[in-house]
Design a protein around this ligand. Sequence first.
Ligand SMILES: Nc1ncnc2c1ncn2[C@@H]1O[C@H](COP(=O)(O)OP(=O)(O)OP(=O)(O)O)[C@@H](O)[C@H]1O
Ligand SMILES: [Mg+2]
Length: 510
Amino acid sequence: MSRISGTDEQIILRARGMSMLFPGTKALDNVDYNVWRGKVNVIIGENGAGKSTLMKILAGVQQPTTGEITLNGNVVSLSSTREASKLGIGMVHQELNLFENLSVAENIFLGRELQSGIKPIDEASQEARAAELMQRLDQPISPKELVGSLKVGQQQLVEIAKALAENADILILDEPTSALSKTEVAILFRVIRELTQQGVSIIYISHRLEELMAIGDMITILRDGRFQAEARVSDIDVPWIVREMLGSEPVSSFLQPGRTFGAPILEVENITCVGSNGNCVVDDVSFQVRAGEIVGIYGLMGAGRTELFECLLGTQRNYLGKLWLDSKPVPARLATSERIRMGMSLVPEDRKRTGIFPVSSVASNLTIASLWRRLSYRFAIAEQHEQTVVTDTIGNLSIKVSSPDVAINALSGGNQQKVVIGRSLLTNPRLLLLDEPSRGIDIGAKADVFRMMVKLSQQGIAVVFSTSDLKEIMAVSDRILVMSGGKLTADIPREQAEESALVKASAQGF
Ligand SMILES: Nc1ncnc2c1ncn2[C@@H]1O[C@H](COP(=O)(O)OP(=O)(O)OP(=O)(O)O)[C@@H](O)[C@H]1O
Ligand SMILES: [Mg+2]
């Protein structure tokens, strides 16, 4: 168990003996944690390791069961976010916390509005300040724009701008890049470097190892709610991180050679969809997916992958072109519920917005999409059957939850994702669409999700998933499609795919 000692000059915040008990879960178990002054302090650990819980305690969102925090050598009480913020601690949360019907500027200053004279809100100053922040993040976004009309990646940047506006001494970023493109990540990293040069201490949580290696100065690893290791990033490498995190090396490829496929399940012909800005967000896309085949769609944020999925499932019906499922035509006007009944299923990109019903239990989140199936049972065996199905799904997907009645928002990000996938599977799909299924989940949970995709394909389900991670696309696709600027720029069997060609295809038209 490696640990580094430092002086109060070097360590701005020390958390000692932090424990956090939830009913049925010990989220943190006697954790000692250091935040190094003016450094980028990265934290990594599997889903449910306790990262967000530790951060919420530092930001005053939650109070620990036990533990003591010293800031600049003085014991402090972080009893509320206001208290933490007064002491200079700010946080960007893992899940978006924005109000879609408010503007960018209003979101940034919500709860601490700028005032001038007797006016309760000085809108002009707020907008000017918000414009500066957007510029600092290289975003051509107007402060007056409604947050609801922005893409997830841009919303994440607004969330970051909101934290920057606080001028914190310790800035916590809990998975800030899960929805960002490479370019946007580079911008964020520049801003982080500027901040550390000004003496700001950054805490940075991510599941992307390359990012941690690139931006981190110090690294802390949590495992199962316990402190595992602390090191200087310059002293360690990726295999070390993986070993400390999991205790073993991850699997690299998930597909056995000689896979066979059946008849086409999904046929897509010339799908074209015009976005609200008048551009083609999906531009004349055609492809097929066969039974038992896993097709990976690679592309950057904004390439049109999400929009394509929306056309396929009919949550967006304003498109041209033709679709067939199991050789049956799917007319554009056909409602999503009808398409689900035909055998389509989608695991959406943004869990919080479209994926989960936050206050409902894990059990109802699992069964809600398959209710029609349940209603089609004639007798009261339905309920009994439902309980069995829920327990089986929780077991099969190794969802970590003490009881199916726990509210889903009490689960860690990765476990929430597994519930959303479980729900899709309960509709018995012929075609499973997964939009960024591994977004914001750790290596262990990713491997679970990928293994599940392979298992489903072996049962004859056609699987289509999207990702902006090259390694993932190479590890689990039978065939790789690349999207860029709404167009399909490549359609290659995996054996012939080369990473450099994929990257090139994904940048066409940018
Ligand atoms: N409010 C809560 N009530 C009950 N259990 C909780 C609550 N918040 C977190 N937990 C549990 O505590 C554990 C740690 O969760 P936490 O969110 O801190 O993990 P994490 O490391 O941030 O994971 P991820 O990488 O998935 O975001 C998990 O088992 C989680 O389900
Ligand atoms: Mg978390």
